[in-house]
Design a protein around this ligand. Structure first.
Ligand SMILES: Cc1ncc(COP(=O)(O)O)c(C=O)c1O
Length: 391
């Protein structure tokens, strides 16, 4: 018996890079090889104990085991509103301007379903997080690539977008602090992006999971800080990196009430919300994780960042020091990023992410993550040095 052919849309998206690499690594691990994972941005440190305790307590409450509603709990939405007030000075209506997500990746893809049809265009960064282009393709629409290159600080040049593209474009995706380049912006960047949106009837989709992973006194902004921005902005916030809660799959879409209502229309037909205990513990995280905790956690990442930066010349890589995010975006000097990643994996047993996984513009690069324990990071860097010296 043969199965029917899969949907055409499946041909339009690649297999997810980390699914492929996980499989390759699993096979190597089965052969007894210890692989050092500097590829994925997966926080190695836990959230504070009191957040885990809150989850445990909430899980023991029998009332928390039913469906929790399509808009999450009011308490959770109110907590996200308090976070925006405290962190950005932004007032949001928790009932209409905040919608919980099962991780921001889910919201990114479902938002494309809410707004894009065949013939529509979304402006998508090349180099960027792969879910934007995947969401656009799954919705049957077209991505217009915005080149992000070192010469422009990995920022898009909005003035180069052809008029006919702007006419069909409905969404523009931004992501600062950026994965994978580590690029950062000031509020003025969002001012330009919002002018573009206002002039062309587009929604600014600001993906902002690294907003609280910053170094060297840099403070990352939210576009919602600009007056009137909430009318045509949807920001995707996430607990994954801010609070070391990536596996909890918790985030929120925040901003335009009208756009969130469209997103809810998709989501309420696709998912049935989160486990209520996760929302409850999420409230505890937002209200009780202190700025000091965030600073100490970021200092750990910053120390690792500096360790990696110091070694780059010895391993054939060069990079600007990032002021934020979990990544060092390094250009390979003597080969392309993919070859570098393959050799590093098989000869040094260190896994890195190839830049090409983030768009064609990323091919000369590799991405190195700081979310790996210090002791393992030190061994991984030694193994890279020894491989590179002896090749
Ligand atoms: C730029 C960017 N956006 C979104 C996500 C997804 O985060 P979440 O865990 O909230 O789905 C990631 C995860 O790595 C990311 O790097």
């Amino acid at each position: 018996m043969t199965l029917p052919a899969p949907a055409d849309r499946i041909q339009k998206i690649p297999r997810y890079f980390f699914d492929i690499i996980n499989e390759e690594i699993r096979i190597m691990q089965k052969q007894g090889i210890d692989i050092f994972r500097l590829d994925i941005g997966n926080p190695d440190l836990p959230p504070p104990d009191f957040v885990v305790d809150a989850l445990e307590n909430a899980a023991r409450n029998p009332r928390n085991h039913g469906y929790s509603g399509y808009r999450g709990t009011a308490a959770f939405r109110q907590a996200v509103a308090r976070y925006y007030q405290r962190r950005f000075g932004v007032e949001l209506n928790p009932d209409t301007q905040i919608l919980p997500l099962i991780g921001s990746k889910e919201g990114i893809v479902n938002f494309c379903f809410a707004y894009l049809d065949k013939g529509d265009v979304a402006l998508v960064p090349d180099i960027g997080y792969p879910a934007y282009a995947a969401g656009v393709s799954l919705a049957g629409a077209e991505s217009h690539w915005l080149p992000m290159r070192a010469e422009t600080g990995f920022l898009p040049d909005f003035s180069k977008i052809p008029a006919d593209v702007l006419q069909r474009a409905k969404l523009v995706w931004t992501n600062y602090p950026n994965n994978p380049t580590g690029a950062t912006v000031g509020l003025d960047f969002y001012g330009h992006a919002l002018e573009l949106c206002a002039a062309n009837n587009m929604i600014l989709c600001a993906d902002n999971p690294y907003v609280d992973i910053t170094y060297d006194d840099y403070v990352a902004p939210s576009p919602l800080q600009l007056p009137g921005a909430a009318e045509y902005t949807v920001e995707f916030m996430s607990f994954s990196k801010t609070f070391n809660m990536a596996g909890w799959r918790l985030g929120a879409a925040v901003g335009s009430a009208e756009a969130l209502d469209r997103l809810l229309q998709v989501k309420s037909n696709v998912d049935s919300g989160h486990f209520a205990a996760i929302y409850e513990a999420g409230v505890v995280a937002i209200d009780n994780i202190s700025d000091e905790w965030l600073k100490e956690r970021n200092a750990i990442y910053q120390r690792r960042r500096d360790k990696i930066m110091a070694v780059l010349p010895e391993i054939g890589l060069s990079a600007e020091t990032p002021r934020a995010s979990l990544y060092i975006w390094a250009q390979a000097q003597e080969m392309d990023g993919n070859q570098y990643v393959q050799e590093a994996l098989h000869k040094a047993h260190v896994s890195l992410a190839p830049g090409g996984a983030y768009g064609p513009g990323g091919e000369p690069y590799v991405r190195i993550s700081v979310s790996v324990p210090d002791t393992r990071l030190e061994v991984a860097l030694e193994q890279l040095k020894s491989w590179y010296r002896n090749r």
